[in-house]
Design a protein around this ligand. Sequence first.
Ligand SMILES: N[C@@H](CCC[C@H](N)C(=O)O)C(=O)O
Length: 289
Amino acid sequence: MSTRIAFLKGHGTENDFVIVPDPENAVELPAAAVAALCDRRAGIGGDGLLHVVRSAAHPEARGMADEAEWFMDYRNGDGSVAEMCGNGVRVFARYLQHAGHAVEGDLAIATRGGVKTVHIAKDGDITVGMGRAVLPEGDVTVAVGEHSWPARNVNMGNPHAVAFVADLADAGALFTEPSFAPAAAYPDGVNVEFVVGRGPRHVAMRVHERGVGETRSCGTGACAVAVAAARRDGLDPRDTGLPVTYTVDLPGGTLVITEHPDGEIEMTGPAVIVAEGAIETEWLENAVR
Ligand SMILES: N[C@@H](CCC[C@H](N)C(=O)O)C(=O)O
């Protein structure tokens, strides 16, 4: 007899996720199973998967269990593991609220990028303390086909290359991964953002995500873009003592990013639970065979 695994589907600015609640870490999710679940034709479909596990039950999160009850075991749509997902952590918080594990207000969530503080507001938006950006020195170039651009290397826990372009269409269809140089800048691959200005402290971007492809939004990417845009505009809150806020438009919606004088970055945006259902384990076992 086939058993079933509960799942939900959610998105944050149309960066969409399969959510698998598994408090005791009992569900095996090898890369092939994640890729099958995220497949938009043969599976449920998603840019990534949020495996919801109690921190105490996961070997990678046990050390954070005193600070955060829940661990976001995030996977990209191809099954690869990433350090952090900004839209994912908002959707993860929304799931905890939906399931009665959290209420409006502050909440700590363990991620591979450390413990993140999340605020679920009354108006529905969710704000995440994303930590500080690291901007390694050195020139980086990204290329798509014949076009190439200088890019800013920004690490938000996960790696980003931020390229300012004349027109968002210049990056083309983005069906394949942009290339980058030097290879040593990103030994584990990179998320690439293409950015144009829209007005004072207002930008728009497209993103090609490592382990996924082009997506409609990327939260860590929007933070990387806001910091790169601020530096390009000569703004550094660590020098002025004043917070700097950028509005970042993405194909799937808008995120608001504030960098504070201590370097801490906050991201605010929506998070939605769309559906709930059950995965046939027999289907999943066959899919990974
Ligand atoms: N969509 C995410 C980023 C997910 C991880 C990324 N693809 C990587 O491999 O680093 C976000 O909202 O931040």
